[in-house]
Design a protein around this ligand. Structure first.
Ligand code: C2O
Ligand code: CU
Length: 432
Protein backbone atom coordinates (compact mmCIF):
# COMPACT_ATOMS: atom_id res chain seq x y z
CA UNK A 1 0.00 0.00 0.00
CA UNK A 2 1.61 3.27 -1.11
CA UNK A 3 1.82 6.30 1.11
CA UNK A 4 -0.76 8.28 -0.82
CA UNK A 5 -3.33 5.58 -0.15
CA UNK A 6 -3.96 6.89 3.30
CA UNK A 7 -6.72 9.27 2.26
CA UNK A 8 -6.64 10.35 5.90
CA UNK A 9 -3.52 12.38 5.33
CA UNK A 10 -4.04 13.72 1.89
CA UNK A 11 -4.78 17.30 2.86
CA UNK A 12 -1.63 19.32 2.33
CA UNK A 13 -0.08 21.03 5.32
CA UNK A 14 -0.69 24.46 3.80
CA UNK A 15 -4.41 23.73 3.85
CA UNK A 16 -4.14 22.72 7.49
CA UNK A 17 -2.38 25.97 8.30
CA UNK A 18 -5.40 27.91 7.14
CA UNK A 19 -6.92 26.88 10.47
CA UNK A 20 -5.66 28.93 13.38
CA UNK A 21 -4.69 25.81 15.27
CA UNK A 22 -2.61 27.75 17.78
CA UNK A 23 -5.64 29.13 19.61
CA UNK A 24 -7.22 25.74 19.51
CA UNK A 25 -4.84 23.74 21.64
CA UNK A 26 -5.14 22.20 25.07
CA UNK A 27 -3.51 24.01 28.02
CA UNK A 28 0.16 24.46 27.07
CA UNK A 29 1.32 25.31 30.57
CA UNK A 30 0.61 23.92 34.01
CA UNK A 31 1.68 20.76 35.77
CA UNK A 32 -0.20 17.77 34.31
CA UNK A 33 -2.23 15.54 36.65
CA UNK A 34 -1.33 12.52 34.55
CA UNK A 35 1.77 12.13 32.44
CA UNK A 36 2.39 9.29 30.01
CA UNK A 37 5.04 8.46 27.44
CA UNK A 38 4.09 6.31 24.48
CA UNK A 39 6.95 5.04 22.34
CA UNK A 40 5.92 3.82 18.91
CA UNK A 41 8.18 0.95 17.99
CA UNK A 42 8.37 -2.26 16.02
CA UNK A 43 8.42 -5.25 18.28
CA UNK A 44 8.16 -9.01 18.05
CA UNK A 45 5.32 -9.95 20.37
CA UNK A 46 4.62 -13.52 21.47
CA UNK A 47 0.91 -14.27 21.80
CA UNK A 48 -0.58 -16.61 24.42
CA UNK A 49 -0.97 -19.13 21.62
CA UNK A 50 2.82 -19.12 21.27
CA UNK A 51 2.76 -17.47 17.85
CA UNK A 52 5.22 -14.63 17.38
CA UNK A 53 4.13 -11.60 15.37
CA UNK A 54 5.95 -8.55 14.05
CA UNK A 55 3.84 -5.83 15.57
CA UNK A 56 3.88 -2.05 15.55
CA UNK A 57 3.34 -1.11 19.16
CA UNK A 58 3.10 1.62 21.73
CA UNK A 59 5.61 0.73 24.47
CA UNK A 60 6.20 -2.74 23.09
CA UNK A 61 2.70 -3.87 24.10
CA UNK A 62 -0.11 -5.23 22.01
CA UNK A 63 -2.54 -3.49 22.43
CA UNK A 64 -0.79 -0.43 23.87
CA UNK A 65 -0.97 0.35 27.60
CA UNK A 66 -4.34 1.24 29.08
CA UNK A 67 -4.33 4.91 30.09
CA UNK A 68 -6.48 5.60 33.16
CA UNK A 69 -7.21 9.15 34.21
CA UNK A 70 -9.92 11.01 36.11
CA UNK A 71 -12.39 13.54 34.81
CA UNK A 72 -10.91 17.03 34.87
CA UNK A 73 -7.31 15.79 34.80
CA UNK A 74 -4.83 17.66 32.67
CA UNK A 75 -3.39 14.77 30.68
CA UNK A 76 0.00 14.99 29.03
CA UNK A 77 1.10 12.30 26.62
CA UNK A 78 4.52 12.40 25.03
CA UNK A 79 4.64 10.42 21.81
CA UNK A 80 8.06 9.26 20.67
CA UNK A 81 8.43 7.54 17.33
CA UNK A 82 11.35 5.16 17.51
CA UNK A 83 11.24 3.37 14.18
CA UNK A 84 7.90 3.45 12.36
CA UNK A 85 9.07 4.79 8.99
CA UNK A 86 5.64 5.96 7.82
CA UNK A 87 5.30 8.21 10.86
CA UNK A 88 2.67 7.98 13.60
CA UNK A 89 0.23 10.11 15.60
CA UNK A 90 -2.24 9.54 18.42
CA UNK A 91 -5.94 10.25 18.00
CA UNK A 92 -8.13 10.17 21.13
CA UNK A 93 -11.14 8.38 19.71
CA UNK A 94 -14.37 9.69 21.25
CA UNK A 95 -12.76 12.13 23.68
CA UNK A 96 -13.62 15.63 22.42
CA UNK A 97 -10.24 17.33 22.73
CA UNK A 98 -9.24 20.72 21.26
CA UNK A 99 -8.51 20.49 17.56
CA UNK A 100 -4.72 20.65 17.79
CA UNK A 101 -4.67 17.66 20.17
CA UNK A 102 -6.80 15.47 17.86
CA UNK A 103 -3.85 13.66 16.31
CA UNK A 104 -4.85 13.56 12.65
CA UNK A 105 -1.79 13.48 10.41
CA UNK A 106 -1.99 16.07 7.64
CA UNK A 107 -4.96 17.85 9.23
CA UNK A 108 -4.22 18.81 12.84
CA UNK A 109 -0.51 18.01 12.88
CA UNK A 110 2.30 16.56 10.82
CA UNK A 111 2.99 12.90 11.16
CA UNK A 112 5.66 12.20 13.81
CA UNK A 113 8.63 10.65 12.01
CA UNK A 114 11.28 8.29 13.48
CA UNK A 115 13.37 10.16 16.05
CA UNK A 116 10.71 12.85 16.51
CA UNK A 117 8.40 13.49 19.44
CA UNK A 118 5.05 15.24 19.87
CA UNK A 119 3.33 16.16 23.12
CA UNK A 120 -0.45 16.07 23.51
CA UNK A 121 -2.05 17.99 26.35
CA UNK A 122 -5.76 18.04 27.02
CA UNK A 123 -8.30 18.07 29.85
CA UNK A 124 -10.17 14.77 30.05
CA UNK A 125 -13.66 16.24 30.02
CA UNK A 126 -15.80 13.18 29.34
CA UNK A 127 -16.05 10.21 31.70
CA UNK A 128 -16.14 6.77 30.15
CA UNK A 129 -14.48 4.28 27.82
CA UNK A 130 -12.45 5.72 24.96
CA UNK A 131 -9.52 4.54 22.94
CA UNK A 132 -6.52 5.89 21.14
CA UNK A 133 -4.89 4.96 17.87
CA UNK A 134 -2.51 6.24 15.26
CA UNK A 135 -4.21 8.41 12.65
CA UNK A 136 -1.52 8.14 10.01
CA UNK A 137 -2.38 5.44 7.49
CA UNK A 138 -4.67 4.16 10.18
CA UNK A 139 -6.14 1.35 8.08
CA UNK A 140 -2.70 -0.25 8.22
CA UNK A 141 -1.37 0.98 11.55
CA UNK A 142 -4.34 0.14 13.77
CA UNK A 143 -4.38 -3.42 12.44
CA UNK A 144 -0.66 -3.70 13.15
CA UNK A 145 -1.15 -2.78 16.79
CA UNK A 146 -0.90 1.01 17.23
CA UNK A 147 -3.88 1.40 19.55
CA UNK A 148 -4.93 1.10 23.19
CA UNK A 149 -7.68 2.11 25.61
CA UNK A 150 -8.24 5.42 27.40
CA UNK A 151 -10.44 5.17 30.49
CA UNK A 152 -11.72 8.35 32.10
CA UNK A 153 -12.99 7.63 35.62
CA UNK A 154 -15.33 9.95 37.47
CA UNK A 155 -13.53 12.49 39.70
CA UNK A 156 -14.40 10.53 42.82
CA UNK A 157 -13.43 7.20 41.21
CA UNK A 158 -15.68 4.18 40.72
CA UNK A 159 -17.78 2.65 43.50
CA UNK A 160 -15.53 0.76 45.92
CA UNK A 161 -15.02 -2.95 45.29
CA UNK A 162 -16.07 -2.81 41.67
CA UNK A 163 -14.36 -5.13 39.23
CA UNK A 164 -13.55 -2.98 36.21
CA UNK A 165 -12.70 -5.16 33.22
CA UNK A 166 -11.67 -4.16 29.71
CA UNK A 167 -12.73 -6.55 26.93
CA UNK A 168 -11.06 -5.79 23.63
CA UNK A 169 -10.73 -8.93 21.56
CA UNK A 170 -8.68 -7.27 18.85
CA UNK A 171 -7.26 -8.92 15.79
CA UNK A 172 -3.81 -8.33 14.38
CA UNK A 173 -2.98 -8.30 10.69
CA UNK A 174 0.13 -10.23 9.75
CA UNK A 175 2.41 -9.07 6.94
CA UNK A 176 0.85 -11.67 4.61
CA UNK A 177 -2.56 -10.09 5.17
CA UNK A 178 -4.00 -12.90 7.30
CA UNK A 179 -5.46 -12.02 10.70
CA UNK A 180 -4.89 -13.50 14.13
CA UNK A 181 -6.98 -12.95 17.23
CA UNK A 182 -4.95 -11.59 20.14
CA UNK A 183 -7.03 -13.31 22.82
CA UNK A 184 -6.39 -16.91 23.61
CA UNK A 185 -9.58 -18.80 22.75
CA UNK A 186 -10.87 -18.18 26.27
CA UNK A 187 -9.49 -15.66 28.70
CA UNK A 188 -10.21 -16.56 32.37
CA UNK A 189 -10.86 -13.99 35.09
CA UNK A 190 -11.42 -14.58 38.76
CA UNK A 191 -14.39 -12.62 40.12
CA UNK A 192 -16.04 -13.42 43.46
CA UNK A 193 -19.82 -13.84 43.64
CA UNK A 194 -21.60 -10.65 44.70
CA UNK A 195 -18.97 -8.35 43.20
CA UNK A 196 -20.28 -5.46 41.09
CA UNK A 197 -18.77 -5.77 37.59
CA UNK A 198 -18.31 -3.17 34.90
CA UNK A 199 -17.31 -4.62 31.55
CA UNK A 200 -15.89 -2.19 29.05
CA UNK A 201 -16.48 -3.67 25.61
CA UNK A 202 -14.45 -2.23 22.74
CA UNK A 203 -14.67 -2.83 19.03
CA UNK A 204 -11.36 -1.76 17.55
CA UNK A 205 -11.94 -3.67 14.31
CA UNK A 206 -13.44 -2.70 10.98
CA UNK A 207 -16.80 -4.51 11.08
CA UNK A 208 -19.68 -4.61 13.58
CA UNK A 209 -18.88 -6.93 16.48
CA UNK A 210 -21.39 -9.24 18.13
CA UNK A 211 -20.98 -9.63 21.86
CA UNK A 212 -23.19 -11.90 23.95
CA UNK A 213 -23.16 -12.23 27.70
CA UNK A 214 -24.53 -15.44 29.15
CA UNK A 215 -25.06 -16.52 32.72
CA UNK A 216 -26.30 -13.26 34.19
CA UNK A 217 -28.83 -10.49 33.50
CA UNK A 218 -27.05 -7.21 32.81
CA UNK A 219 -27.60 -3.55 32.03
CA UNK A 220 -26.03 -1.50 29.27
CA UNK A 221 -24.64 1.29 31.45
CA UNK A 222 -23.05 3.48 28.78
CA UNK A 223 -22.60 3.75 25.02
CA UNK A 224 -19.53 5.50 23.58
CA UNK A 225 -18.77 6.83 27.05
CA UNK A 226 -22.17 8.41 27.77
CA UNK A 227 -24.30 6.94 30.56
CA UNK A 228 -27.69 5.50 29.70
CA UNK A 229 -30.52 6.99 31.76
CA UNK A 230 -32.33 4.31 33.81
CA UNK A 231 -31.14 1.24 31.90
CA UNK A 232 -33.38 -1.82 32.23
CA UNK A 233 -32.06 -5.28 32.94
CA UNK A 234 -31.54 -7.51 29.90
CA UNK A 235 -31.21 -11.26 29.53
CA UNK A 236 -29.61 -13.18 26.69
CA UNK A 237 -29.40 -10.12 24.50
CA UNK A 238 -26.84 -9.79 21.77
CA UNK A 239 -25.00 -6.47 21.62
CA UNK A 240 -23.78 -5.22 18.27
CA UNK A 241 -20.91 -2.77 18.61
CA UNK A 242 -20.15 -0.39 15.77
CA UNK A 243 -16.58 -0.53 14.52
CA UNK A 244 -14.81 1.94 16.80
CA UNK A 245 -17.70 1.89 19.29
CA UNK A 246 -17.84 0.98 22.98
CA UNK A 247 -20.51 -0.39 25.34
CA UNK A 248 -20.14 -0.48 29.13
CA UNK A 249 -22.12 -3.27 30.73
CA UNK A 250 -22.93 -3.64 34.45
CA UNK A 251 -24.03 -6.63 36.52
CA UNK A 252 -23.47 -8.29 39.88
CA UNK A 253 -21.38 -11.42 39.68
CA UNK A 254 -23.58 -14.49 40.31
CA UNK A 255 -22.36 -17.69 41.97
CA UNK A 256 -21.81 -19.39 38.64
CA UNK A 257 -19.67 -18.54 35.61
CA UNK A 258 -20.47 -15.72 33.22
CA UNK A 259 -19.30 -15.93 29.64
CA UNK A 260 -18.64 -12.94 27.41
CA UNK A 261 -18.46 -14.13 23.84
CA UNK A 262 -16.74 -11.68 21.51
CA UNK A 263 -16.15 -13.93 18.58
CA UNK A 264 -17.52 -17.35 17.63
CA UNK A 265 -14.26 -18.84 18.88
CA UNK A 266 -13.07 -16.57 21.67
CA UNK A 267 -14.27 -14.76 24.74
CA UNK A 268 -13.84 -14.20 28.45
CA UNK A 269 -14.98 -16.53 31.21
CA UNK A 270 -15.57 -14.94 34.62
CA UNK A 271 -15.78 -17.30 37.56
CA UNK A 272 -15.02 -17.43 41.30
CA UNK A 273 -12.01 -19.72 40.93
CA UNK A 274 -10.80 -19.08 37.38
CA UNK A 275 -12.29 -22.40 36.31
CA UNK A 276 -15.72 -23.55 35.22
CA UNK A 277 -17.22 -24.25 31.84
CA UNK A 278 -18.76 -21.91 29.35
CA UNK A 279 -22.53 -21.60 29.92
CA UNK A 280 -24.58 -22.52 26.91
CA UNK A 281 -25.39 -19.46 24.82
CA UNK A 282 -29.09 -18.84 24.14
CA UNK A 283 -30.31 -17.58 20.79
CA UNK A 284 -30.23 -13.92 21.50
CA UNK A 285 -32.34 -11.10 20.24
CA UNK A 286 -30.44 -7.96 19.36
CA UNK A 287 -30.25 -5.08 21.82
CA UNK A 288 -31.65 -1.85 20.42
CA UNK A 289 -30.46 1.45 21.95
CA UNK A 290 -33.21 3.36 20.10
CA UNK A 291 -35.82 2.33 22.69
CA UNK A 292 -33.63 1.53 25.72
CA UNK A 293 -33.71 3.44 29.01
CA UNK A 294 -35.78 6.53 29.86
CA UNK A 295 -35.85 9.88 28.11
CA UNK A 296 -34.00 12.79 29.64
CA UNK A 297 -34.02 16.46 28.74
CA UNK A 298 -31.11 17.35 26.45
CA UNK A 299 -29.76 20.67 25.19
CA UNK A 300 -31.43 20.01 21.87
CA UNK A 301 -33.70 17.34 20.44
CA UNK A 302 -35.73 16.47 17.35
CA UNK A 303 -37.99 19.51 17.87
CA UNK A 304 -35.11 22.03 17.91
CA UNK A 305 -34.56 24.63 15.20
CA UNK A 306 -31.49 23.50 13.28
CA UNK A 307 -29.07 25.93 11.68
CA UNK A 308 -27.68 23.40 9.21
CA UNK A 309 -29.01 20.29 7.54
CA UNK A 310 -26.69 17.86 5.85
CA UNK A 311 -27.49 14.64 4.06
CA UNK A 312 -24.90 11.97 3.37
CA UNK A 313 -25.85 9.17 1.02
CA UNK A 314 -23.49 6.18 1.03
CA UNK A 315 -23.21 4.11 -2.10
CA UNK A 316 -20.65 2.11 -3.99
CA UNK A 317 -19.18 2.23 -7.44
CA UNK A 318 -16.25 0.75 -9.29
CA UNK A 319 -13.50 3.18 -9.98
CA UNK A 320 -9.90 4.25 -9.74
CA UNK A 321 -8.55 5.55 -6.49
CA UNK A 322 -4.95 6.49 -6.03
CA UNK A 323 -3.81 4.36 -8.93
CA UNK A 324 -5.82 1.25 -8.09
CA UNK A 325 -9.10 -0.02 -9.55
CA UNK A 326 -11.50 -1.07 -6.85
CA UNK A 327 -14.96 -1.03 -5.39
CA UNK A 328 -15.20 2.42 -3.90
CA UNK A 329 -17.61 3.59 -1.24
CA UNK A 330 -18.95 7.02 -1.98
CA UNK A 331 -20.53 9.83 -0.02
CA UNK A 332 -23.01 11.72 -2.21
CA UNK A 333 -21.42 10.03 -5.23
CA UNK A 334 -17.88 11.18 -4.46
CA UNK A 335 -14.70 9.95 -2.82
CA UNK A 336 -12.32 12.11 -0.83
CA UNK A 337 -11.18 14.82 -1.56
CA UNK A 338 -14.27 15.44 -3.71
CA UNK A 339 -16.65 14.61 -0.90
CA UNK A 340 -18.57 17.60 0.46
CA UNK A 341 -17.05 19.81 3.15
CA UNK A 342 -19.47 20.41 6.02
CA UNK A 343 -19.32 24.11 6.90
CA UNK A 344 -20.61 25.30 10.26
CA UNK A 345 -20.43 28.35 12.52
CA UNK A 346 -19.59 28.04 16.19
CA UNK A 347 -22.84 27.55 18.12
CA UNK A 348 -24.78 26.03 15.22
CA UNK A 349 -27.15 23.17 15.81
CA UNK A 350 -26.47 20.72 13.04
CA UNK A 351 -28.73 17.96 11.80
CA UNK A 352 -27.27 15.21 9.65
CA UNK A 353 -29.07 12.43 7.80
CA UNK A 354 -27.19 9.26 6.87
CA UNK A 355 -28.64 7.05 4.14
CA UNK A 356 -26.88 3.78 3.33
CA UNK A 357 -27.63 2.59 -0.21
CA UNK A 358 -24.54 0.39 -0.37
CA UNK A 359 -24.34 -3.28 0.45
CA UNK A 360 -22.20 -3.12 3.60
CA UNK A 361 -22.36 -1.35 6.97
CA UNK A 362 -20.63 2.00 7.43
CA UNK A 363 -19.73 3.06 11.00
CA UNK A 364 -19.62 6.86 10.78
CA UNK A 365 -17.24 8.56 13.19
CA UNK A 366 -17.25 12.30 13.79
CA UNK A 367 -14.19 13.76 15.51
CA UNK A 368 -14.42 16.39 18.24
CA UNK A 369 -18.20 16.18 18.75
CA UNK A 370 -20.83 13.76 19.96
CA UNK A 371 -23.93 13.07 17.90
CA UNK A 372 -27.38 12.56 19.41
CA UNK A 373 -29.41 9.97 17.52
CA UNK A 374 -32.84 11.40 16.70
CA UNK A 375 -34.31 8.61 14.60
CA UNK A 376 -33.67 5.48 12.58
CA UNK A 377 -35.66 4.70 9.43
CA UNK A 378 -38.11 7.43 10.46
CA UNK A 379 -38.70 5.88 13.89
CA UNK A 380 -37.87 8.39 16.64
CA UNK A 381 -35.49 7.60 19.47
CA UNK A 382 -37.72 7.13 22.53
CA UNK A 383 -35.31 5.75 25.12
CA UNK A 384 -32.45 7.35 26.98
CA UNK A 385 -30.62 10.01 24.97
CA UNK A 386 -28.42 7.93 22.67
CA UNK A 387 -25.14 9.81 22.16
CA UNK A 388 -22.52 8.36 19.86
CA UNK A 389 -19.19 9.21 18.37
CA UNK A 390 -19.37 6.24 16.03
CA UNK A 391 -22.72 5.15 14.57
CA UNK A 392 -23.14 1.97 12.60
CA UNK A 393 -25.39 2.48 9.57
CA UNK A 394 -26.45 -0.84 8.09
CA UNK A 395 -27.33 -1.33 4.41
CA UNK A 396 -30.79 0.06 3.71
CA UNK A 397 -30.87 2.07 6.92
CA UNK A 398 -31.19 5.79 7.42
CA UNK A 399 -30.43 7.72 10.59
CA UNK A 400 -30.99 11.32 11.60
CA UNK A 401 -28.49 12.62 14.15
CA UNK A 402 -27.71 16.05 15.56
CA UNK A 403 -24.77 17.77 17.18
CA UNK A 404 -23.81 21.18 18.45
CA UNK A 405 -20.90 22.88 16.70
CA UNK A 406 -19.03 23.77 19.88
CA UNK A 407 -15.45 22.73 19.18
CA UNK A 408 -13.90 24.93 16.48
CA UNK A 409 -11.34 23.54 14.08
CA UNK A 410 -11.00 21.28 11.11
CA UNK A 411 -12.36 17.83 11.90
CA UNK A 412 -12.57 14.45 10.26
CA UNK A 413 -15.89 12.73 9.67
CA UNK A 414 -15.31 9.30 8.21
CA UNK A 415 -16.26 5.68 8.02
CA UNK A 416 -14.49 3.75 10.80
CA UNK A 417 -14.16 0.75 8.61
CA UNK A 418 -10.68 2.18 8.17
CA UNK A 419 -10.24 0.45 4.86
CA UNK A 420 -13.25 2.35 3.53
CA UNK A 421 -11.83 5.62 4.90
CA UNK A 422 -8.54 4.88 3.14
CA UNK A 423 -10.29 4.62 -0.23
CA UNK A 424 -12.08 7.90 0.15
CA UNK A 425 -15.00 7.51 2.57
CA UNK A 426 -13.96 10.61 4.41
CA UNK A 427 -14.95 14.24 4.62
CA UNK A 428 -14.16 17.26 6.72
CA UNK A 429 -16.18 19.40 9.07
CA UNK A 430 -14.93 22.95 9.08
CA UNK A 431 -15.83 26.10 11.03
CA UNK A 432 -16.34 29.34 9.11
CU1 C2O B 1 -10.91 6.32 15.52
CU2 C2O B 1 -10.68 9.25 12.63
O1 C2O B 1 -10.72 7.71 14.06
CU1 CU C 1 -17.63 2.25 5.34
Amino acid sequence: MGHGRSGMASMSSSDAEAVSVKELTGPRSGEPDQRFTLIAEKKTVTLKSGAAIEAWTYNGQLPGPELRVRQGDLVEVKLINKDIEEGVTIHWHGQDVPNAEDGVAGVTQDSVMPGQTYTYRFIARQVGSYWYHSHQQSSEQVKRGLFGTLIVLPKEGLEPGIEDITVMDPTYRKADGSEVNLLSPIDHRIVKAGTPVRLRLFNTGNWPKNVSITGVPFKVAAIDGTDINEPAELTNRRLVLAAGGRYDVAFTMPDKPVYVSTDPSSGMLLSADGKGSVPEAKTDSVFDPLTYGSPLKTLFDATSQFDRNFTMVFDNKLGFYDGGFERLFTINGEVFPNTPMLMVKEGDLVKTTFVNRSLVPHPMHLHGHHMLVLSRNGKPSTGSPWWVDTLNVDPGESYVVAFKADNPGLWMDHCHNLEHAAIGMTLHLSYE
